[in-house]
Design a protein around this ligand. Structure first.
Ligand code: S3P
Length: 172
């Protein structure tokens, strides 16, 4: 199975980078959060508000199961998808997992001002980013490839991934 899964924290640039990468590789682009919103006809924020985080995580795992049956897609996953061991195993068994790694300061600069991320609608969002990153880092680091995004444009990151993916493909 040859999907490319982009993982990383909120603000890592998974969606924009994923779109560029899909274009560069001539592959289909899929965003799991978007599929969840389309399927429920609710925004992620509304889902958290009305149904709670556990219900959102169930929807996320369900969508991932569907997406994992695709071939050759570039998939941008929500930042928390890797917390679940079954999700992680499914990702690894159906494609390559690429971690877009970013410093908390970079993440904060990219997400500040936005209101669409329920986990950051708290009194101390920067602290929250640091805590979530600590909790998730080990999961993210199980990735096949790690790409640092600090100080880089999404286009540059996508180009870096394209090059890594193609080099590995030649070796295999
Ligand atoms: C989440 C990240 C969000 C979205 C939801 C939860 C998380 O996606 O899935 O708000 O747990 O980190 P992005 O990473 O695309 O912002």
């Amino acid at each position: 199975m040859n999907n490319i899964y982009l993982v990383g924290m909120m603000g890592a640039g998974k969606s924009v980078t994923g779109r560029h990468l899909a274009e560069l590789l001539g592959r289909r682009f899929i965003e799991t959060d978007q599929l969840i919103e389309e399927g429920t006809k609710k925004t992620i924020q509304k889902i958290f508000e009305e149904m709670g985080e556990p219900a959102f995580r169930k929807l996320e795992s369900g969508v991932l199961k569907d997406v994992s049956r695709c071939q050759g897609a570039v998939v941008s996953l929500g930042g928390g998808a890797v917390r679940d061991r079954e999700n992680l195993e499914l990702i690894k068994s159906t494609g390559r997992m690429i971690y877009l790694r970013s410093k908390p300061e970079t993440l904060w600069n990219r997400v500040r001002g936005g209101k669409e991320r329920p986990l950051l609608n708290v009194a101390a969002p920067f602290e929250r980013i640091k805590t979530l990153l600590k909790e998730r880092a080990a999961h993210y680091e199980e990735a096949d490839m790690i790409v640092d995004t600090d100080g880089k444009s999404p286009e540059a990151v996508a180009e870096e991934i394209r090059s890594l993916v193609e080099t590995r493909a030649r070796k295999n």
